[in-house]
Design a protein around this ligand. Sequence first.
Ligand SMILES: *Cc1c(COP(=O)(O)O)cnc(C)c1O
Length: 382
Amino acid sequence: MKVPIADLRAQSLALKGEIEAGISKVLESGSYIDGENVERLESEIASLCGVKYGIGVASGTDALVLALKACGIQPGDEVITTPFTFGATTEAIALVGAVPVYVDIDPCTFNLDVSRIEAAVTPRTRALLPVDLFGQMADRKVMQQLAQKHSLRIIVDAAQAIGAMQNGLHVAEMADATTLSFYPTKNLGACGDAGMVLTNNPDIAAKLHSLHIHGQSSYGYFEHIGYCSRLDTMQAVILLAKLPHLQKWNETRRKYAARYNELLQNSGAILPGAETGNYHIYHQYTIRHPERTLLQQFLKNAEIDSKVFYPLPMHLQPAYAYLGYRQGDFPLAERAAQEVLSLPIVPELSMEQIEYVAHCILQYALQQQEVYAVSTACTPAV
Ligand SMILES: *Cc1c(COP(=O)(O)O)cnc(C)c1O
């Protein structure tokens, strides 16, 4: 049975009629930049994520850069973040001239270990930039306490966490700015690039609005050195067609995660942990396995796609060698990079496909004729 890691075509085709009707309307309107579709998307996503303002931008990476700028992060400022994430998080900090300062991760959730943050705060620290990795929110309460104590901004990279919640809190509450990506493979994906910044702060919202249209305050008046970074109207139409299905899709991912949790109990894999109170939306279902590469090949032979998110932590990447970190600085992130494997979990798959993946992983364990100790430290709650 073939099991792809993503099936973007199936998702688009399921909504083809609606998407085509929307695009055709925009084509005929002659109005291709901004407009009511973008505005409606901004307000619907802001309210879904628990805040007042949404500013559509060209990508999740731009969202991070603009959020940092709008929060007043300057060259030389230190921003505390995670080394275990997609490259855009660190890249955005570097692009505004700030200095990424890493803190090791919680090996159970893969998110920043909040208990290690305070030791990394210096007089130059200006912001915390946690990532809600794989669809689970990093601890907002601790983050907010630290931010208050040390006068820091909180900017959250929620590219993988649209629709996630924590103890009743929506993903964009309790932060100065939260960024989303609508890259096609995200839980809510466009058919191209798009992103958004969310905030409850009217001043930050006004600055974001200006920055994303060349720093203009009104037409022809350039108050800041800004960017050309708009959310494309055609993409807004596609996202509006998909948005009503997001909750159902997230629920399906959670159902599949729960099934994996059941079936993979004694498989030799360490299952992803969910913190109590977290509504995890499983952008990825990421196991750890001591023989990750062998397992991945075994799955490939069974026509199952899997992916390594992420193979090398940011502090060991050539582009960021100038930061001066070394192998061994963040052992938990380094170990995760060696052991993680993300399994297929997109809602376009069937339960049979999910069960087949689990079956093959169990088969691999049998074949190895070796019993690995299964960590029970992480409670795989769904
Ligand atoms: C996808 C992603 C981004 C970047 O989003 P783009 O829209 O591709 O620019 C940033 N951070 C994380 C954690 C992501 O997963």
